[in-house]
Design a binder for this molecule. Structure first.
Ligand SMILES: CC(C)(COP(=O)(O)OP(=O)(O)OC[C@H]1O[C@@H](n2cnc3c(N)ncnc32)[C@H](O)[C@@H]1OP(=O)(O)O)[C@@H](O)C(=O)NCCC(=O)NCCS
Length: 152
């Protein structure tokens, strides 16, 4: 089956969202709402991609930058299309798009328990930084949507 690749637009939102849910990507009600993704794509119009097979979105990567660092989020490939090189291709497209914007380094976070995801990132040359603590702070109330999230 032929896979085509193109920039993600807001028209892809519903299919992308369904795929994120299916693939277990960590979501929340604000950033991942249609408005949230629209805001993201407006700010980062050239760096997020979808993979399409027979008219259906089977892979997504959200990617953007702040003028200095690139960030990848919500990379996923439909379970029935895994290990076909789609993940590697959407990463390559996103990295090329970042390079075209003069970005020199890209980061991402992955749940430690996500063994497959971490093996994938390792295979794509994303090294693990064990000298850092990842910190963040919420600026708004957000509801997590991923089904197996347990609040600590
Ligand atoms: C991670 C994910 C995007 C990979 O997509 P994919 O299209 O299957 O990846 P590719 O076919 O391009 O794999 C490239 C290489 O990554 C490695 N890899 C991919 N999935 C792997 C897995 N489950 N276990 C071990 N290595 C894996 C392999 O080295 C693979 O090369 P190979 O098939 O020749 O051995 C996909 O498994 C997915 O959607 N997972 C659920 C969502 C997720 O975890 N996203 C990342 C969040 S941080």
């Amino acid at each position: 089956m032929q896979i085509t690749y193109r920039l993600m637009t807001i028209e892809d939102y519903e299919e992308a969202y369904d795929l994120w849910i299916k693939c277990g990507n960590g979501l929340n009600d604000k950033d991942d709402s249609r408005e949230g993704i629209e805001k993201y794509l407006k700010r980062n119009p050239t760096t997020s991609f979808v993979a399409v097979c027979e008219g259906k979105v089977v892979g997504v990567i959200l990617c953007g930058h702040d003028g200095r660092r690139g960030i990848i989020q919500h990379a996923c490939v439909s379970p029935d299309h895994r290990r076909e090189g789609i993940g590697a291709k959407i990463v390559e497209l996103a990295l090329d798009a970042l390079k075209a914007e003069g970005i020199n380094k890209v980061l991402l976070v992955a749940f430690k328990k996500n063994e497959g995801g971490n093996a994938f990132w390792e295979s794509q040359g994303f090294t693990l930084r064990d000298d850092l603590n990842y910190r963040n702070k919420a600026l708004a109330e957000m509801v997590r949507i991923d089904p197996d999230y347990v609040k600590e």
